[in-house]
Design a protein around this ligand. Structure first.
Ligand SMILES: Cc1cc2nc3c(=O)[nH]c(=O)nc-3n(C[C@H](O)[C@H](O)[C@H](O)COP(=O)(O)O)c2cc1C
Length: 438
């Protein structure tokens, strides 16, 4: 166990995760690339991720990919990685990332209750009868929302054997990823997907060995080790500290520390502590209310069609507005939780959430974590590391105009004209050219 040190750690210092050496401590946090599995998927990944490597990010986390052949996608156009032939094609991506001296980890996920069939009306129409894999019978508040017609729950509570099968799907996908040249595996453990649902007392009411939700992460570890050997294995680690007040059960920071210690003991190579809620809300993407995105006229689908009706779309919009006020979004909002976890374990602790300057990165590296990451700023500036490493502030202002349109099938990109224009100006000045930096 270590205590948080005052020693200064620079962003440019190399660091190791599970035996993999990274050239610096800056990572691109997982963000959906919306690449799907169709023709052009690999090219989309290359277009989205190579610029970050070329610009000097030490580590790139690909956005969440789904380990099962059906169900489990939390958003439109997510990529599935159950098929070895498809994953093999991603070696074109990993080669390009490695050419620039960067490393890439695949993030694996399964949505559980947080799946398109639960909330996306058009998807449900196209996949009638599709159920959501569930840890237990959903909590009362979700059942009420279902009765009122705001969501569509069709839970399929997993048997013990099915839980092991699901863990095996994670392991198989990890094996395919390593064969395709990925340097590590990251688990999507804090986005209200099925891993968080296993960990959370709000969702987990099982009476088999998986009543202890950490056992699911241990089963995934076993499957990953079986199929992918000693590849570095990380997970996001939730503390459900910003759940609405009416939710009485949720993971505390102390629970998070204990889970982190158990994962370290089980051979996990790093954790990404995230303060979140039990619901799929804006707690992980805190920022402003995205007025422009809600009024966008250039979407592939109308929000009313996505959410099922104008009333439902308006309800989501109102919740979005309230959450923008509710969740505090100071720079590095997960820093305190990261520090507490870091005091309890020796494996690397990774911090992300609202970080926008090199000064913030180095403050957090000193106090709270071993690596720092950014998400939305990479939508705004795919070559961000060049400017950030030379001390410039990221352009992203957490306005969240990039987030809501993804529900309507739009790709992940910055949709705020002033920022898009500023990036274009910086590109013209060659500000993203690594060779021009001192
Ligand atoms: C559009 C969008 C998609 C995201 N997709 C993922 C994901 O696939 N997996 C994940 O663990 N986190 C995901 N995140 C969360 C980010 O990794 C990150 O934690 C969050 O955006 C906060 O960091 P930031 O303030 O630098 O954006 C996503 C965030 C956004 C905005």
């Amino acid at each position: 166990m270590r205590t948080s040190s005052d020693t200064e750690t620079e962003l440019t210092e190399p660091v190791e995760i599970g035996g993999v050496e990274l050239q610096n401590r800056l990572y691109r946090a997982p963000l959906l690339e919306c690449a799907g599995n169709g023709p052009g998927a690999v090219e989309t990944f290359v277009d989205e991720l190579e610029p970050a490597a070329e610009a000097g990010a030490g580590l790139i986390f690909q956005g969440a990919s789904i380990v099962t052949a059906d169900g489990g996608c939390a958003a439109p156009n997510m990529t599935r990685v159950h098929d070895p032939d498809f994953v093999e094609g991603l070696s074109a991506l990993t080669d390009r990332i490695h050419d620039h001296g960067s490393k890439i980890f695949m993030q694996l996920a399964a949505g559980g209750l947080r799946s398109l069939s639960m909330w996306h009306s058009e998807y449900r129409d196209n996949h009638p009868g599709e159920q959501q894999r569930a840890v237990s019978t959903p909590p009362i508040q979700l059942r009420v929302a279902d009765r009122l017609g705001f969501i569509d729950l069709q839970p399929d509570v997993l048997s013990t054997t099915e839980v092991y099968d699901l863990a095996e799907s994670f392991g198989r996908a990890a094996g395919y990823a390593v064969d395709a040249g990925y340097d590590g595996i990251h688990l999507s453990g804090a986005n209200m997907g099925i891993i968080q649902q296993f960990l959370s007392p709000y969702y987990n009411d099982r009476d088999d060995e998986f009543a202890d939700g950490v056992r699911f992460l241990l089963a995934i570890r076993d499957a990953v080790r079986k199929h992918a050997g000693s590849v570095p294995l990380l997970t996001k680690l939730p503390a459900e500290t910003v759940s609405p007040p009416f939710v009485r059960e949720g993971l505390t920071r102390k629970d998070g520390r204990i889970v982190a210690q158990r994962l370290e003991g089980a051979g996990y190579d790093g954790v990404v502590p995230v303060e979140t809620s039990v619901y799929w809300d804006m707690s992980i993407i805190r920022g402003a209310y995205p007025d422009r995105a809600w009024n966008a006229a250039d979407l592939q689908s109308e929000y009313a069609d996505v959410f099922g009706s104008r009333v439902r779309a308006r309800a989501v919009k109102t919740l979005n507005r309230l959450q923008a006020r509710w969740f505090p979004h100071e720079a590095g909002w997960n820093g305190d939780f990261c520090r507490q976890v870091r005091d309890a374990v020796d494996i690397p602790v990774l911090c992300e959430g609202g970080i926008r300057t090199r000064a913030d990165c180095e403050r957090l590296l000193g106090e709270s974590c071993d690596l720092v990451g950014m998400g939305r700023p990479f939508y705004a500036e795919p070559r961000l590391p060049v400017r950030l490493l030379s001390g410039e502030r990221a352009l992203c202002e957490s306005c969240n105009n990039c987030t809501v349109p993804q529900a309507a099938g739009e790709p992940g990109r910055c949709r705020t004209p002033a920022i898009v224009r500023e990036r274009a100006r910086l590109e013209q000045q060659d500000s993203y050219n690594r060779n021009n930096q001192s």
